[in-house]
Design a protein around this ligand. Structure first.
Ligand code: HEM
Length: 422
């Protein structure tokens, strides 16, 4: 759907009846399908192992079933309504959109409920204490799931009630921003804090992550609750500064600090047969996953800097245009998607007791093609919006194809990793 819309804009095709319905469905499916199901799958496996707090596995099938059925229903119905003129059929399809969104919402409540129940059961145990640094981020994520999906249920009910073709644009926009700030960024930060020192040989996390999480929560509350104009501005700027501060503190792009191995009392007993990669604990069996992780955090830093410029330029009338959709896709395609492309080859095979990713050499191709798609998707609109030349339009128009190629490489590699003998 994204690839379709960019090709319409980039190659100056007429928008057609379904243009806005497809954009809204693209956003919903990307959030609940691509990012959402990945976060759910990894967190339902990872959380019990890092916390030793068991989670009811039997609910997992229900969660997957409800969300898959809901996403399919919403995708098919909302891509059809634009072509329907018969009022009854139109209304039936709007009912399907509403009920599909409710189905996803119930799946999400099962997911959040499983976590809530596990945490309540573990209250006061040392297992929970171990999670203190990332507790704030985890709580924001669970809240974000409920907020986004509850607003989506309300919007699809309103669309049904008013017989409209698309969701209320402002409230939909608010819910998208809420999901990005409450779920996407915090969950990536929580996993990064728990895994990067080990996977990337970074410095040990010896700073107060929970304080940064608290300040971040205050900043996004100011940004999302729209209490007063300057509150929102201050919240947006504070949030961007805190995200850049987090990137600085985990030292992922700078590597100024000594890796945690530096503080080891006993040096590692290495397998003399093989030497690990220079600066990394692995032997290349996960491919160059770190390049994708670095690029992800690079795009997040760029997104936050552009967002500060965007906000300042709006309120100081500085003649700088920063197109909001460019910042959005720097966060969602540049950061979140490249991070998934990097972390999945490093983590998922291990979840299935495999010692390597099926095709380690494909990971670097995912890095190049994935990052080229980010550049093609964002640069042509970042400072000009959608006023394209033939060349910039073609770049923008083809960005979807490139990300689809990266996605196919990634998916085949992940699928083959489930069957590889290692
Ligand atoms: C190269 C890959 C992608 C392409 C070509 C693409 C394309 C688009 C286009 C053309 C729009 C409409 C922008 C506008 O308002 O004019 C859009 C909106 C959006 N995209 Fe993407 N996108 C891509 C990747 C992603 C990813 C990875 C995510 C999330 C994980 C995402 C989430 C969204 C959201 C939330 C919106 C706003 C939807 C709305 O307004 O309801 N996109 N995308």
């Amino acid at each position: 759907m994204g690839a379709h819309i960019v090709s319409i804009d980039g190659f100056f095709f007429p928008q057609g009846k379904s243009y806005f319905a497809i954009i809204q469905t693209h956003g919903y499916i990307q959030f609940m399908g691509w990012i959402g199901l990945f976060i759910m799958g990894v967190s339902l496996y990872f959380f019990p192992r890092i916390s030793h707090i068991p989670i009811e596995a039997k609910k997992t099938n229900w969660i997957l079933g409800l969300i898959s059925v809901g996403l399919t229903g919403r995708y098919l119905a909302h891509n059809t309504t634009p072509y329907i003129s018969a009022p009854t059929v139109f209304s039936v399809l709007n009912w399907i959109i509403f009920l599909s969104t409710v189905t996803v919402w119930i799946g999400v409540l099962f997911y959040v409920g499983s976590f809530g129940k596990a945490v309540l059961k573990a209250r006061g145990t040392s297992a929970l204490e171990k999670l203190n640094p990332i507790k704030g981020f985890m709580f924001m994520t669970l809240l974000g799931w409920v907020v986004y999906n509850t607003v989506q249920v309300g919007l699809t009910w309103e669309m049904l009630r008013s017989n409209s073709l698309i969701l209320d644009v402002l409230w939909n926009e608010w819910s998208l921003q809420a999901f990005t700030l409450l779920v996407v960024i915090p969950i990536c930060f929580a996993v990064s804090v728990r895994t990067f020192p080990l996977y990337l040989r970074l410095a040990p996390i010896r700073w107060q992550v929970e304080y940064l999480a608290m300040l971040y929560a205050i900043a996004i509350a100011m940004e999302l609750l729209y209490l007063k104009g300057w509150w929102t501005i201050a919240g947006m700027i504070l949030r961007s500064v805190l995200v850049i501060w987090f990137i600085w503190k985990i030292d992922i792009l700078t590597r100024f600090k000594a890796p945690w191995t530096h503080y080891q009392k006993e040096p590692f007993k290495l397998d003399r047969q093989k030497q690990p990669r220079d600066g990394y604990p692995d032997y290349g069996e996960w491919g160059r996953f770190e390049l994708l992780v670095y690029s992800a955090y690079f795009w997040l830093a760029v997104a936050m800097i552009l967002d500060i410029f965007r906000i300042v330029s709006i309120y100081t009338r500085l003649p700088i245009l920063i197109y909001p959709d460019a910042v959005r896709h720097l966060i969602l395609l540049g950061f979140a998607t490249m991070l998934i492309f990097g972390m999945a080859p490093r983590m998922i095979p291990g979840f299935m007791k495999k010692k390597m990713v099926a095709k380690p050499h494909w990971v670097i191709w995912t890095f190049w093609i994935g990052n080229i798609s980010v550049i093609m998707r964002v640069i042509p609109i970042a400072f000009t919006g959608k006023s394209f030349t033939v060349f910039s339009g073609a770049l923008y128009g083809l960005s979807g194809i490139f990300v689809l190629i990266a996605l196919v490489l990634f998916s085949i590699n992940m699928w083959k990793s489930t069957v590889v003998d290692s």
